[in-house]
Design a protein around this ligand. Structure first.
Ligand code: GDP
Length: 164
């Protein structure tokens, strides 16, 4: 197992969202730093296991640290910014997830395909407001250009990616 810094954790992260939103592409970008233009769509969820380096700043978030140390999962609900239906569906994923999931789980909303600015159909402000109202972290990402795929891509290592 590789790690950067003096500590590492093994965290499971689940990505939820409509087929075509870019879940697999974000995973691929996150764990391998690559983008493949055409690949099979993933219906529903993509998941993988990853070791991330913890720094002192991360440890100060005491509320979150035990969650990570216990190996509990976090979730990112992904939508395609160029597809309004995918955003509507993401809201359904959020509702479902919040009704069933662990309330302590870190949950984020990601508006993917940020590189396709001209084709944007989902206003950033609308998504941001929705995320705030529902207690979600919010980010806009591009698996293609690597904009916001991860806070520190160089510190991320693939440990295990179960086939689904
Ligand atoms: P999934 O079904 O949610 O896993 O979505 P995929 O990762 O299979 O992506 C669906 C399609 O969108 C593929 O053709 C990807 O190449 C494309 N795609 C994914 N992320 C991005 C992105 O950030 N920008 C652009 N332009 N295309 C993307």
């Amino acid at each position: 197992m590789a790690s950067i810094g003096n500590k590492s954790i093994n965290a499971k992260l689940v990505l939820l969202g409509d087929a075509g939103a870019g879940k697999s592409s974000l995973v691929l970008r996150f764990v391998k730093g690559q983008f493949v233009e055409f690949q099979e769509s993933t219906i529903g969820a993509a998941f993988f296991s990853q070791t991330v380096a913890l720094n002192d700043a991360t440890e100060r978030y005491h509320g979150l640290a035990p969650l990570y140390y216990r190996g509990a999962a976090a979730a990112i609900i992904v939508y395609d910014r160029t597809n309004q239906t995918s955003f509507d569906q993401a809201k359904k994923w959020v509702e479902e997830f919040q009704a069933q999931g662990n309330p302590n789980m870190v949950t984020a909303l990601a508006g993917n395909k940020l590189d396709l600015l001209d084709a944007n159909k989902v206003a950033s402000e609308e998504a941001q407001t929705y995320a705030q109202e529902n207690g979600l972290f919010f980010m806009e990402t591009s698996a293609k250009t690597a904009k916001n795929p991860a806070p520190n891509p160089s510190g991320m290592f693939l440990v295990d990616r179960p086939s689904d």
